[in-house]
Design a protein around this ligand. Structure first.
Ligand code: UTP
Length: 299
């Protein structure tokens, strides 16, 4: 079955970004000059996704407005012949249909996905986390959809992480079927490096069959009453139905201040209209070279 829907859960509280997230959704914080979520939606649109389901919450309406038209602003830009800006403003909402549904309580990523069930129906769908940007030549979710359409099995994006960071990720282990695809046998949530079965961590891109909803319904709430997507995926892995996809691209977690800064710097460095000015700006932060100590034998 073709994948035409993407669910983007954005109902989390964003506590790592407080106090900013007291009134601004973290997904609306800018990476250079576009909100974080705009990068995610573009990736989905580039991959041929036709409808986006945002799982939102109270206080996240700015995100929905961003993908809607803005008649007064558009009229103003037209009147002042600022056509380049007008193009930027209308571009965001033009490529996909946006549907929203609210998660009434932040009961975890798995619960957020389950909230989208009445809209998704019985189709397979993509999931993109709203605070995980992947800079890549080809949209990573598009590459994953191709793998899904070949095998009709869940596909999760994986990347090699430093050993000392395994506690930040769901970790996958299994058998490589080719250079990029791993048949996942084991999935462990945030293991200590000493017991981690590998150093391949799952990041915020998934393509799943509708079967995931029944598994989520059967998933008991874990720590903090949250329902975890990883637990449902683990059940699929036990049935031998999960492929780990080692993607090509640069992934940045924009859910914390340093990650967001990293994403902006990455963009500035790679955008021809910004690069020179950015490199000039960086000079301000250059440390004086550390003097090289002479070895006593050289004296
Ligand atoms: P995170 O754990 O990164 O988001 O969830 P968070 O809970 O907002 O962040 P912190 O840890 O408090 O800073 C990953 C994704 O799942 C969504 C988040 O919005 C984020 O995009 N999510 C998480 C939900 O939609 N609902 C939830 O109940 C939990």
């Amino acid at each position: 079955m073709r994948v035409r829907t993407a669910v983007i859960p954005v109902a989390g509280l964003g506590t790592r970004f407080l106090p900013a997230t007291k009134s601004v959704p973290k997904e609306m914080l800018p990476v250079l000059d576009r909100p974080c979520v705009d990068y995610i939606v573009r990736e989905a649109a580039d991959a041929g996704i036709e409808r986006i389901i945002f799982v939102t919450a109270r206080g996240k309406d700015a995100m929905v407005d961003y993908f809607d038209s803005s008649p007064a602003l558009e009229a103003h830009l037209k009147e002042h012949e600022k056509f380049d800006l007008l193009e930027k403003v209308v571009e965001a909402g033009r490529r996909v249909d946006v549907i929203t549904i609210r998660q009434r309580k932040a009961l975890g990523l798995g619960h957020a996905i389950l909230t989208a069930k009445p809209i998704v129906g019985d189709e397979p769908f993509a999931i993109l986390l709203g605070d995980d940007i992947v800079f890549a030549e080809k949209p990573v979710i598009g590459e994953m959809i191709k793998v899904f359409e070949k095998q009709q099995e869940a596909v999760v994006a994986i990347m090699e992480v430093p050993n000392e960071h395994t506690q930040r990720y769901g970790i996958c282990a299994g058998k490589w079927e080719n250079k990029q695809e791993m048949r996942v046998k084991q999935m462990v949530e945030k293991p200590h490096p000493k017991v981690a079965p590998s150093n391949f961590g799952i990041v915020g891109r998934y393509v799943v069959p509708a079967e995931i909803f029944a598994l989520l319904e059967d998933t008991p709430p874990g720590k903090g009453g949250e329902i975890q997507l990883t637990d449902a995926l683990h059940m699929l892995a036990r049935m031998n139905k999960v492929v780990g996809f080692k993607f090509e691209g640069k992934r940045v977690d924009t859910g914390n201040a340093l990650g967001l800064l990293h994403a902006s710097m990455y963009q500035a460095f790679h955008r021809p209209d910004m690069r020179d000015a950015f490199l000039e700006l960086l000079k301000e932060f250059q440390l004086p070279p550390t003097p090289v100590k002479q070895k006593s034998a050289d004296k």
